[in-house]
Ligand binder design. Structure first.
Ligand code: KIV
Ligand code: ZN
Length: 528
């Protein structure tokens, strides 16, 4: 029978330790609501003794998100009374509150950090657990730096705090030093002894990613008996981060025959959670990050696109739909082959192309793809139109009449009236508009929207630098929503305002393309 693995999410505590990622109370509550929707079992909401602000935020999470029995709310304390009191007062409003405390067990921590004897530290831990138990029934004890601790001392500590009443024992690889086989063997031994002592106490792991092995170590622990895993969304956390929740969960699902373990996670909420965390914390997700990176389901090489179009399982082990994405993404670039381009054209309705016409259009595609990094649907329409015009076909449909192109723009940034003016071409016509906004980008997008009159909601705006130095390219990625559909668009330019305008224009043109695509093939067919 498959085992249940408890998922303890520490995005709001270990994740928030990332420099610059501090959240305010409202953001913490919103992320906690989303984590609940995702289906985590336990939320670690913060470190209340660190500041009044964090205390208030943890308290708000406990009261607003923790008022149901299906989720446990906790927060971190050092093994000292003041911290434990602070956690208690912050989480007690939850229906299922827990006190989590941490104290080191490695020689480095005991001798160098605390300058105490092992016996003294063990006693401090036991006393702290006994005290916490007078406040709440659920107490987790973390043996900090467990993976670098002398095993018998680690066990002596665990045995003592279990006898003192700890209900969960968390074994952290605090500095990401562990190696999967070695860590798995340690967990196996601990699990064996713990289950003999008290089978109701959960064995948990908390792995850091300093050597890139956090997910592997977490999975090795599950294989060797761990009941619970501590993770963060997008793998954020102290230094190189923690085990990524989405990686651990999708590995358990995808390789179920190996792990024979399940979580309660609703995987379809993974992408929503990842995007929320990334945007609130201002932490970009590495593009090639497993599961939640921009390219995790994007296929660009011609060989792969051809294989996928023949059979998805040729290059796809996780379906994008399973993590809440619409579909796999075949990005049309200069490396895309004929099969992918043909498929994209067919989706736009060009399914009856004569072989020589397809070849001509494919040539046009390659020329544009060489000049432009990614080719969008609206570019394909224009390539088709240009091809037919050039080859003197009659009754050519003017697809370019439907699409917008930014010709010029001016943006004024000041605190009173951030404003923008734009000049946009649509087919043979040129339009101008100006707008004032809450900021320069808002003004720019409002001015463009006045011309396009296509109503979209800006869901995400993300800007990053592609290269270094004063000629650095600014890359803008946006997600807009129109009629319940999400459209992702990108653009890059040395002028970030231009990149912002081009990205928005690409998104609008994608909405236009989608509208055209809905028109029947016969109506769209070019009469020759
Ligand atoms: O990495 C660590 O050891 C921790 C503990 C507080 C669990 O974050
Ligand atoms: Zn940690």
């Amino acid at each position: 029978m498959s085992r249940k693995i408890w998922v303890f999410d520490t995005t709001l505590r270990d994740g928030e330790q990332v420099p610059g990622a501090k959240l305010n109370l409202y953001e913490k509550v919103e992320i906690a609501q989303q984590l609940k929707k995702l289906g985590v079992d336990i939320i670690e909401a913060g470190f209340p003794a660190s500041s009044q602000g964090d205390f208030d935020a943890v308290q708000a999470v406990a009261q607003k998100v923790g008022k149901t029995s299906d989720i446990m709310i906790t927060a971190l304390a050092r093994a000292v009374q003041a911290d434990i009191d602070s956690v208690y007062h912050a989480v007690k409003g939850a229906e299922n509150p827990m006190i989590h405390m941490v104290l080191g067990t490695s020689d480095i921590h005991v001798e160098k950090k605390f300058s105490k004897s092992k016996d003294q530290i063990l006693q401090i831990g036991v006393d702290a657990v006994k005290y916490a138990k007078t406040l709440l029934p659920e107490v987790q004890y973390s043996t900090e730096d467990a993976s670098r601790s002398e095993f018998e001392y680690l066990w002596k500590t665990i045995e003592a705090v279990m006898k003192a009443g700890a209900t969960m024992i968390n074994v952290p690889d605090t500095v990401g030093y562990a190696e999967p086989e070695e860590f798995g063997a340690m967990i196996y031994k601990l699990n064996d002894r713990m289950k003999n002592l008290n089978p109701n106490v959960l064995l948990s792991v908390h792995c850091h990613n300093d050597l890139g092995m956090a997910t592997a170590n977490t999975l090795a622990a599950i294989k060797n008996g761990a009941d619970k895993v501590e993770c963060t969304i997008n793998g954020i956390g102290e230094r190189a981060g923690n085990a990524a929740l989405e990686e651990v969960v999708m590995a358990l699902n995808t390789r179920h025959a190996i792990y024979n373990a399940d979580t309660r996670i609703n995987t379809k909420e993974i992408m929503n959670t990842s995007r929320l965390v990334s945007s609130f914390m201002g932490l970009d997700v590495q593009v090639n990050k497993a599961i939640t990176g921009d390219n995790a389901f994007a296929h660009s090489s011609g060989i792969h696109q051809d294989g996928l179009l023949k059979s998805r399982d040729a290059y796809e082990i996780v379906h994008p739909e399973d993590v809440g994405l619409d579909d796999m993404e075949l990005i049309l670039t200069a490396r895309s082959g004929r099969h992918a381009v043909k498929n994209a054209l067919e989706k736009l309705g060009f399914s009856q192309l004569a072989p020589e016409d397809f070849e001509g259009i494919f040539e046009g595609f390659l020329a544009l793809a060489d000049a432009k990094k990614e080719v969008y649907d609206h570019d394909l329409y224009v390539i088709v139109e240009n091809y037919y015009e050039k080859h003197d076909k009659t009754n050519v449909t003017n697809y370019s009449d439907h699409f917008f192109e930014v010709e010029d723009l001016q943006v004024i940034s000041n605190s009173s009236f951030p404003s923008a003016s734009v000049k946009i071409r649509k087919g043979g016509e040129v339009f101008k508009a100006s707008a004032v906004g809450t900021g320069p980008i808002d003004a720019l997008y409002s001015a463009i929207a006045e011309i396009t009159t296509i109503k979209v909601k800006l869901v995400e705006y993300d800007i990053s630098s592609v290269s270094r130095g004063k000629d650095a390219l600014g890359k803008v990625k946006i997600i807009v929503e129109h009629d319940g559909e999400k459209y992702i668009a990108k653009a890059a330019d040395t002028d970030i305002l231009k990149a912002s305008a081009f990205a928005y224009m690409n998104a609008i043109n994608s909405v236009v393309s989608a509208g055209l695509r809905k028109v029947s093939v016969e109506e769209m067919a070019i009469t020759r």
